[in-house]
Unconditional design. Structure first.
Length: 496
């Protein structure tokens, strides 16, 4: 499964820039950035452009993480958030959040223009819509009023035909002007050409001003953790303050692409945006590790057949998002104990503007510049009114998921596991994860997540083993796909 961005960049045979691929020995630098996605590359680019010697360390390759799986909407329209921010954070911090994200849209446009980056950057309106009557429409009206009061280009419409390129009518929508969309990997590669990046160089440990890898050490005055989910358990304790969610996308050809960007506010709401002659249709979100029945791609394909019977599928893929307790990213000092460490994580569904906001805030702090918008994103913030419900919910999930490994019975006898399927089975009296490929070959892995020991669950849509506690993921062979785990899962020791 490849995203539309990865597939199109491979088809166009975009040249990969020459750079130092793998770290070889010890390196000394002013700043080191962990993660070569948008947040990491932008941070390094801003620092390097201001004369700060910076290196980027990437476990795989540039853009191979969450950046390649985004829908790439560059928008300050972040779902139902501004009314909530006003109530829980107050007007000043809510305005800072709004300003940081709307300025991010303008900053992308500036960089694309000044660097002459061909990345299909286009200004588009963004809609948050509902198809329901009653309460949701009232909530959207309040959201539009809150956003407008914070200086955002927001308005509310109840004209069912205003978004003219949706395949159905709506009952209400919040509309944001001056938003944008682009091809994220083309943008990313253009900036990466100017940076020192060590690919296939996973950071295994961090101590004060030193990062440890298998290939050598990196000594840096400033360290930025921009690898989606911090792999360290402490300090910071981010595993207690976030969970991860997955969502699914189809790219559909042979249809006029929508001129706007759309997100459904309803429980089963869908996402739409265009790219060239294609429509990107998204939906089916769930907490990572909780998709036992599967069917997310099938649901989207049924919708595509309903909306556009003549379309054909070009690509399908899924994305993973870190969700914070209060809905605001953690951007800034990693912890009070580590004054030269910084973190950018918890972007929710809004990684494009959050990445730019994070890069600006962190680079400014390293450069000693004033950060008026930084307080609302501080990882050390305390927001009980906004966080309490999420904290309790995540705690219940973690306790339940840790208990599964001890108390949950195997799901299916090994001999009954059909080709193309996976599940938790019993082998020689031990629980294990098993998958048969389409040819009937069996692959057995441990169901104990190496991060903190939760029981992994089979995701039939992705043919992967997912952790419901903190979102680590592994392919059917046990190879690591997503952190915070740092290692794959092998066959259970008792069965070796």
């Amino acid at each position: 499964m490849e995203s539309i961005w990865k597939k199109t960049i491979e088809e166009e045979k975009t040249p990969i820039p020459d750079r130092e691929k793998i770290l070889a020995g010890d390196v000394h630098t002013d700043a080191a950035v962990i993660g070569a996605g948008l947040a990491g590359i932008l941070t390094a680019w801003f620092l390097q452009s201001q004369g700060v010697k910076t290196v980027v360390l990437e476990a795989e390759t540039v853009g191979s993480g969450q950046t390649q799986n985004t829908t790439a909407k560059i928008t300050s329209q972040h779902g139902m958030i501004y009314h909530k921010l006003l109530e829980t954070f107050g007007r000043e911090k809510a305005a800072s959040y709004a300003s940081a994200n709307q300025n991010a849209v303008s900053e992308y446009q500036r960089i694309v223009r000044e660097q002459n980056i061909p990345c299909f950057f286009e200004k588009r309106p963004a809609y948050l819509y509902t198809r329901e009557n009653g309460e949701m429409g009232e909530k959207l009206l309040k959201e539009a009023q809150a956003a407008k009061s914070l200086g955002l280009p927001a308005s509310f419409t109840q004209n069912p035909e205003e978004p003219k390129d949706l395949p159905f009518s709506i009952t209400g929508a919040v509309r944001f002007e001056e938003q944008a969309q682009f091809h994220p990997l083309m943008f990313l590669q253009a900036l990466a050409e100017k940076l020192t990046i060590y690919e296939h160089t996973r950071v295994l440990k961090a101590e004060e001003n030193c990062l440890f890898t298998k290939q050598g050490r990196v000594f840096a005055d400033q360290i930025v953790f921009a690898g989606h989910y911090p792999f360290l358990l402490h300090p910071g304790y981010y595993f207690l303050r976030m969970h991860q969610e997955r969502s699914y996308c189809l790219a559909l050809k042979n249809k006029t692409a929508p001129s706007g960007m759309y997100l459904g506010a309803d429980e089963d709401g869908l996402s739409f945006r265009g790219f060239q002659n294609m429509t990107i249709l998204g939906g089916g979100k769930h907490r990572t590790g909780e998709n036992k029945s599967g069917g997310k791609y099938q649901m989207l394909r049924r919708k595509a057949e309903e909306f556009w019977p003549d379309s054909c599928e070009y690509a399908h893929w899924s994305a993973q998002d870190c969700m914070t307790l209060d809905g605001v990213p953690y951007i800034g000092r990693f912890s009070a104990e580590t004054p030269n460490w910084y973190v950018a994580t918890g972007f929710g569904k809004w990684g494009m503007t959050s990445s730019m906001a994070a890069a600006r805030l962190i680079s400014n702090e390293i450069l000693g510049r004033e950060n008026e918008e930084g307080e609302v994103f501080s990882p050390q913030r305390f927001t009980p009114s906004a966080s309490a419900a999420s904290f309790l919910s995540d705690g219940v999930h973690a306790a339940k998921d840790l208990g599964r490994r001890v108390f949950q019975k195997p799901e299916i006898p090994l001999e009954e596991l059909p080709a193309g399927h996976g599940g938790i089975v019993e082998i020689e009296g031990q629980k294990a994860g098993a998958c048969r490929d389409e040819d009937g070959e069996l692959y057995v892995v441990s169901i104990k997540c190496p991060h903190m020991g939760c029981q992994l669950e089979w995701n039939p849509d992705e043919k992967s083993w997912d952790c419901p506690c903190h979102g680590s993921r592994f392919d059917y062979r046990g190879r690591l796909l997503d952190g915070p785990a740092e290692n794959g899962v092998d066959m259970p020791e008792e069965l070796c």
